[in-house]
Ligand binder design. Structure first.
Ligand code: PLP
Length: 460
């Protein structure tokens, strides 16, 4: 492509001059300029290839430029590119059917479509408040739920701090996280029991009859990919049932195959086998959320889309009573056509099963092998194509590699210089590739990541 270098150069110049970016100080930025992408690879203006271990912001579940999805978007654009949300259209109807059919349990009936994850959270919380007639909402520290008022206040990681103007009724609790236990626990069983006891106490002290919902990422994502211990989500379900509180599962990042299941809430009814990344169905009553929020992997981010899966009992509240909310682009046909095709790819190519296998056979063992030879990898954890590597100064004290939650910039640099796009957040790097990355690509990426971590280690 003779125009590539010039196009990328101009893209960068105009970006620096005219684009106002998320989360960062605007001065001194030096963004990577993508000029094209295919599968798990991106390239820059020089045509240099980069392997994507980030899923971008953990959303390209089927990788880039999947022709079946690109064609579906083009066909939809030619026939009915846009339509107001009150009118039925085949792309949205079909997307809703496919999503409902993949939901856990047997009580999900409908989908409310949004433009992304944060507005899915806003609307799920609104549904819960109207349904219960209560105002408070619980969430956990070490979580991320989006960047609108309710969603950022529910968020339990430091991105909330500068935005914390006090959304009404939000209460944070500690969730289970054995590696940095808030409960002085030494086993997953202890962590689980104590986290549930803590939740029960917070509910008792806040007033059970004032609490509409508890919002939990089924596996907290950006905050650290902490797979909950066996029994925790069932415990949450039981506590919610006892107090008439709704369980809202935030599956914006963990849904659509990321954790080797259509929704990571399925892990509520499974238990780990002891093999890293391997879980098996657990006997007992099935715990299912009342509402599920999703976005990202629903259409791999080819066109913005999110939504709320609505259970029969919550939906019934709005049978004869108006739902007090809506969005101009709710169920946009291009986004929904992309979702239909994306879910088709996930299904036809068995990518949910492949993600689970990747976790058990390639990513889990590969990362554990890296940890065994590194003095700065404190812990490796995850499931499917959803893994965190915790970098520490000292394996004994577990002191994070970088204080204050700043990203390990040296690691990003060491990865990029080797042609690997990492997901670095604070003292962690997350390994979150496309679910259809090949085993060879995944092993190659792990080797590059290992070299980059060793470079950071040797510079300490
Ligand atoms: N919830 C979770 C678990 C997320 O990971 C994110 C985004 O990273 C959001 C909500 C917010 O989604 P969006 O950025 O599409 O608004």
């Amino acid at each position: 492509d003779p125009d590539r270098a010039e196009r990328a150069k101009r893209a960068l110049e105009l970006d620096l001059e005219y684009v106002f970016h998320s989360w960062l100080a605007q001065d001194g930025r030096a963004p990577f300029t993508a000029d094209g992408a295919q599968g798990s690879w991106l390239w820059d203006g020089a045509g240099t290839p980069y392997l994507d271990f980030s899923g971008q912001l953990v959303f390209t579940n089927i990788g880039f430029s999947e022709p079946r999805v690109v064609k579906a978007i083009a066909d939809q654009a030619a026939r009915l590119a846009t339509i107001a949300p009150q009118h039925a259209n085949d792309a949205r109807s079909e997307a809703a059917r496919l999503i409902v059919e993949r939901a856990p349990g047997d009580w999900f009936r409908k989908v409310f479509f949004t433009n992304g994850g944060a507005d899915a959270i806003e609307n799920a919380v609104r549904m819960a408040r109207v349904h219960t007639g209560r105002r408070k909402v619980l969430s956990r520290y070490r979580s991320y739920h989006g960047n609108t008022t309710t969603a950022i206040n529910l968020t339990g990681d430091p991105r909330r701090w500068p935005n914390d103007y006090g959304a009404e009724g939000v209460v944070h609790t500690f969730g289970p996280f054995l590696y940095r236990s808030a409960f002085h626990a030494t086993t997953e069983e202890e962590e689980c029991a104590r986290a549930l006891e803590h939740l029960e106490q917070v509910i008792a002290l806040e007033g059970p009859a004032t609490i509409a919902a508890i919002v939990l990422e089924s596996i907290p994502g950006t905050a650290g990919i902490m797979v909950p211990p066996a029994g925790y989500l069932r415990g949450v379900r039981e506590i919610c049932d006892r107090h008439g509180i709704l369980w809202i599962a935030d599956e914006v990042m963990s849904g659509f195959g990321r954790a080797g299941r259509w929704f990571a809430a399925e892990l509520a009814n499974e238990a780990p086998t002891g093999v890293p990344g391997e879980w098996k169905p657990a006997p007992g009553p099935q715990a299912v959320p009342d509402l599920i929020t999703f976005a990202k992997g629903v259409n791999s981010g080819y066109v913005p889309l999110g939504g709320v899966l609505v259970s029969e009992h919550v939906g019934a509240t709005f049978g004869s009573r108006a739902f007090p909310g809506g969005l101009t682009y709710s169920g946009h046909p291009l986004a929904c056509a992309a979702a239909v095709a994306n879910i088709g790819v996930l299904t036809d190519d068995s990518l949910i099963e492949n993600a689970d296998r990747l976790g058990r056979e390639v990513l889990g063992p590969g990362l554990h092998a890296l940890a065994a030879t590194s003095s700065i990898i404190g812990e490796v954890r995850g499931a499917g194509a959803f893994w965190a590597v915790e970098l520490v100064r000292d394996k004994q004290t577990r002191e994070p590699l970088v204080a204050g939650g700043a990203p390990v910039a040296a690691l990003t640099k060491a990865c990029m210089s080797r042609g690997l796009i990492p997901f670095v957040n604070g003292s962690r790097t997350h390994v979150v590739p496309a679910l259809n990355i090949t085993d060879e690509e995944a092993r190659y990426g792990l080797a590059l990541l290992g070299e980059a971590i060793a470079e950071v280690e040797s510079s300490l």
